[in-house]
Write a protein that binds this ligand. Sequence first.
Ligand SMILES: Nc1ncnc2c1ncn2[C@@H]1O[C@H](COP(=O)(O)OP(=O)(O)OP(=O)(O)O)[C@@H](O)[C@H]1O
Ligand SMILES: [Mg+2]
Length: 233
Amino acid sequence: MSGKGGVGKSSIVANLSFFLAGKGHSVGVLDADMHGPNMLELLHLSGHRMTMENGKIIPIEAKPNLRVVSVAGLMDDDSAVIWRGPMKHNAIKQLIEEVNWGKLDYLIVDFPPGTGDEHISAAQLLKDITGAVIVTTPQHVSMLDMKRAVDFCRKMNIPIIGLVENMSGDIFGKGTIEKFCKKEGIDFLGDIPMSREVVLSGEDGKPLYSYGNSNLDGKFMAVAEHIIDKAEK
Ligand SMILES: Nc1ncnc2c1ncn2[C@@H]1O[C@H](COP(=O)(O)OP(=O)(O)OP(=O)(O)O)[C@@H](O)[C@H]1O
Ligand SMILES: [Mg+2]
C-alpha cells in the first residue's frame, strides 16, 4: 500500500515477486488496481488474457511459479474502467474468491494509492492477511498520505510488516522514514535509491538484477529479505 500515488508500489511488487519466484517459492500477484492496472506490463505479460476453466479464473503465468490476475487481463489495452464502488467490490471479490491459483506460498496484492474501495473490500474479503508493506518517498506530502495508510491498517487490524523508503536520495531526501518508524514503533524495511534501473525494469518487465547495479540490487534485496523474514515470523 501507499498513501500517495506513484511512489513505487507496483515496481516493488513486481521485483518482490521475481525475487520470491527466483528462490523457488510459488507466488501469486493480485493486481487490485482497477483504474491503473500495471502488473501485466511490469511482469512482461502485456497483451496476455486470463481464461476460465470449470467456472474459475486461471491466472496468467509469467513462469511456472509466478502467476498474476489483473483486470487488465480482461479488457482491451487502452480501455478505461469506469466503475463505482459496488462494481469494484464485485471485481475484487471475484479476483479473491474465484481464482484457481493452485498451491501458493505467497499472495502479493498490489493496491492503488489511498485507502479506498479496493482496500476496504480486500481487507474484508482476504482471510488471515499476513501484513501490509507500506511504500512512501521521504518527501513531506508523501509522508502525510502514508500516515493515513498506517492509520487505515491500524483501524482495520491489519499488521504492518513495515515501511519502505523509495526514491531515496538527493531529490526527495533520505532518512526521514527510518526516523518516523522509530518514533511510531514500526519496522523500517530499508531504502531504495532513485535509479534509472527501476524505470528500465518496469519498461522491460525484467528483474532489477538484470541491470548490474550492485548498490541498487543490494538495497532491494535487503528490503525483500526483511519483508520475508518478518512475514515468516
Ligand atoms: N526507486 C525508483 N527510482 C526511479 N524511478 C522509480 C523508482 N521507483 C519507482 N520508479 C518509477 O516511478 C513511477 C511510478 O512507479 P510505480 O508505478 O511502481 O508506482 P505506484 O506507487 O505503483 O503508482 P500508482 O500509485 O499509480 O499505482 C514508474 O515510472 C517507476 O518506474
Ligand atoms: Mg501501482
